[in-house]
Write a protein that binds this ligand. Structure first.
Ligand code: ADP
Ligand code: ADP
Length: 220
């Protein structure tokens, strides 16, 4: 059963057709790679799913409901949209404690998620001094605070060094192995072809290919 169902989304920004009939589904226990060039509509789709942008047409459901209709949405969906929304003067741990508190999630998972993203040794350092890769990890830790069954990560490998990119692959696999539905975007097919179970390839606001990776290899 699909956890995220996007159907016929259309969204215009002025003269730009950002989404032009975007439709796909995301299944639990799988990494779904959302691939396409910059400007293809990946971020807008994620923002519409999260209710941060309104679509002109179509529907986006999480567990059968619009995100904005979910009770306790942060316990359903975790998202990394960009790594910029952190307080530079707080330590990584205090940033997460603050987020957990302000989102009503409780502090119980803070130390666990810091370890999970490999920031244990940097937990007491100020986030303002973090590299982009460390900010990405901190953003992912924040998305995991509510232990959500659905994760949406927009270009999570941006700013990661080669070692970080390898870590990210294994990390995404482990999230799916726990049964979570993982939607992860990239403008690089090479970043997702070894990681994703399923690929949704997009261009100009719509899906141009939608295939299981096993199916792709079988026809190659
Ligand atoms: P992607 O994430 O695949 O790079 P986006 O969803 O960011 O693509 O963008 C899709 C299109 O919508 C692009 O042409 C982009 O310039 C445009 N767009 C996105 N957000 C806005 C906005 N807030 N205002 C105007 N245009 C936007
Ligand atoms: P505001 O209207 O004050 O900007 P928003 O509700 O638009 O607040 O979102 C604030 C921030 O929270 C945004 O940067 C967005 O990326 C992030 N956000 C929204 N929903 C989620 C989610 N489910 N998981 C993680 N971050 C989220």
């Amino acid at each position: 059963r699909a956890t995220i169902e996007v159907a016929g989304l259309r969204k215009r920004f002025g003269h730009t057709m950002a989404l032009d009939g975007m439709s796909f589904t995301v299944t639990p226990g799988q990494v779904t790679g959302f691939v396409g060039p910059n400007g293809a509509g990946k971020s807008t789709t994620m923002r519409v799913i999260l209710g941060l942008d309104a679509a002109d047409e179509g529907s986006a459901l999480v567990g059968g409901r619009p995100y904005t209709g979910l009770r306790d949405p942060l316990r359903h969906v975790g998202a990394l949209l960009d790594a910029s929304a952190l307080q530079p003067s707080r330590t990584a741990r205090n940033h997460l404690l603050w987020l957990a508190h302000s989102q009503g999630l409780g502090a119980g998972r803070v130390d666990e998620v810091i370890e999970q993203v490999g920031l244990g040794s940097a937990a007491q350092r100020k986030a303002g001094g973090f590299s982009l890769g460390m900010r990405q990890r901190l953003g992912i830790a924040a998305a995991l605070l509510g232990d959500p069954p659905v994760l949406m990560l927009d270009e999570p490998s941006n700013g990661l060094d080669p070692e970080g990119i390898i870590w990210m692959r294994g990390f995404l696999r482990s999230l799916a192995a726990e049964g979570r539905a993982v939607l992860v975007s990239s403008h690089l097919m090479s970043e997702l072809e070894d990681t994703a179970d399923h690929l949704v390839v997009v261009g100009r606001g719509r899906v141009v290919a939608d295939t299981s990776v096993a199916g792709l290899l079988a026809t190659a």
